[in-house]
Design a protein. Structure first.
Lengths: 193, 193, 193, 193
DNA sequence: CTCTAATCGAGACGGTACGTCGCGTCTTACG
DNA sequence: CGTAAGACGCGACGTACCGTCTCGATTAGAG
């Protein structure tokens, strides 16, 4: 509370409708701007104006725009990550690839923004970070490629592939990209020839 | 000349010894700092202080710290890129991989800074940019993977692999990493099973 | 609003107490410094430090230190100028001279700073400017001396006389200086022999 | 010589033709620029470029642009000052006034620049300074007006009158302005009614 | 249905870094 | 081998955002 900082309540448990409204407005405005320019060219004032809220109010909800991006990215990735990592498991990776690409395609607008809107590198780091966490116990099928490196290569490749995919004017169908994903990104790591 | 900017001579053809001294000092100081923290936490004043030059002098040589990084990265990558892309050619990719990894190992200090010091994303983008340029004419061996995507995946994978490698306390031998590089990054793209 | 400049509210109608506080502090600090050295040896940072405000805050209130001086000078002169110009009217100039000198004497500290502290030339120009404005309609009692020239000579002479007076260690009494003022500065212009 | 300063020979006794050439070029370029804008908007680089000499060369001849102006002003004033002060003597002031105005009229271009080109205040100060020096021994014809104040008022009035005169598009004839000068500036001081 | 506390808008403020400008010194390379 | 060209250190400038803080105004939801 009075820790020499701005007043910042615990909005995570807030029940006030205004809070949700505000947070949604911020999120929407932010993604909107991310569409247009990279993170470091966006100012907090812009976000606030775009969201039609007071400048100070932004900080009541997020410590900084970087943190906001992390929050959004983490939340979104959380959904994707199990799909992506299940691919590394013993299950049918082809199917998992399809599932993942399908998921991204369904949320194309959001992911397009995240991946091609100037937030890619942040997202990538967050993705790798989360993946490493989740896959801490994961063991590669052999010793050729160290587990950590494997995770990095797969996640990194995933991001790149998705970013490229979403950037296309005339994008490939899901099954085609899933096939490439499986053969060019996943298989080489988990099933080294 | 008087283009509303700081006085900035044509240093590319400069013969004054001081110019080279200054530029070297800036470069050294900059890489030094990049070792410690990411680009956006480094101020031009820090660089100037570290290089023992005047603040203004920095801008007489480089428009901004971002541009400086690009210059350094571009120059260094230029050396690497032919090795990396020759891998995509019809020649013995195993050998090329070895050559490339060897090159990086020889310049370990510099590359370590570039890849793990907070400049990785810039370097990656620059790498991809240059690769796409150079490989504009390159044609994938089949139609499964679009050429552009192939280049992106290879370069991206290369960066990640090298970054991981250089980050290790007890790094793999060159031939081992080259083998992984070839089998996990290069082959899947240029020789899809 | 976003006119490519620093954020600058409409302070003229401000009701915030802080604004008045800040402006007063700036004004005081500025006059303080003007006491010690001419305008162009005073930096905005000095003013800010002296006023115990942030550097940027200065610009939120005044476009530049020159402008600040103009504002102060104009405001102060506005008080004096009617006295000075009434002297040019048909009324008893001797009395008016006394009134004006008395006014300056009463605000000796401020005027001393303005006239002898390195701001004299700015003040002179502002004085002439305002006088010409006010006296646009004024008609000299004859055609010997053009009206504009008359105003210039009187205001200029006034400034010089006051500056000299305030600079003296052992200043003349008000009535004496007023007499000189009338006979040496005013009369020759409005009552050419 | 080696006093930790720039190399600066004693050019006052120089016989090298180049020296005179350079000095003349500087002087000419400087007055040229003064015609267009006030002193503090003129940079040394501009003067050097205009004079077609090297930037450093300027400093070999003048410590600063301010000093240069002072030198020029002092030299020019020196010619005028005896005329102006002779007016304060017991001789026929009417004639002296005519002489002085005539002198200025003959050098109109130069004086116009000095008085109306943005150097007026510097010139004024220099004028007063020199006048006070020269007139140190001068004694006013009575005690009404202190000598120092008298000198200040006369010189100041002189400057203002000349500046106004030269600024006119359709200037008065010399004899007319001389008459005004005598009656409005000189007489009131040396012949108080 | 009220009133009380959470939430918000507005915006002044202290800071830090930016990139520009001009000064005046010092060094170098060239003629 | 001296001098013109210009690289350099210095420090002020004015701008852009940052994140903190204070003040009211509003409004939701608990009593």
């Amino acid at each position: 509370m009075s820790q020499g900082k701005i007043y910042r309540a615990d909005y995570s448990t807030a029940k006030d409708a205004r809070v949700h409204q505000t947070r949604a407005a911020i999120r929407k405005a932010f993604l909107n701007l991310l569409d247009q320019k990279p993170l470091d060219q966006i100012t907090v004032r812009e976000i606030a104006t775009e969201a039609a809220i007071g400048y100070t109010t932004f900080f009541r909800h997020h410590p900084s725009k970087e943190e906001l991006l992390n929050e959004i990215a983490a939340a979104e990735i959380q959904n994707l990550i199990e799909l992506a990592l299940s691919v590394l498991g013993p299950n049918d990776s082809r199917e998992a690839a399809l599932a993942m690409c399908g998921y991204v395609a369904e949320h194309r607008a959001l992911w397009s923004t995240l991946l091609t809107g100037g937030a890619a590198s942040v997202l990538r780091d967050e993705f790798v970070r989360l993946s490493l966490q989740v896959a801490a116990a994961w063991q590669g099928s052999d010793e050729t490629i160290p587990a950590e490196l494997g995770v990095i290569l797969v996640t990194s490749g995933t991001i790149e592939l998705l970013a490229w995919w979403l950037k296309q004017k005339d994008p490939m169908p899901v099954d085609k990209i899933a096939a490439i994903f499986d053969s060019a990104v996943v298989s080489p790591i988990i099933r080294p020839s």
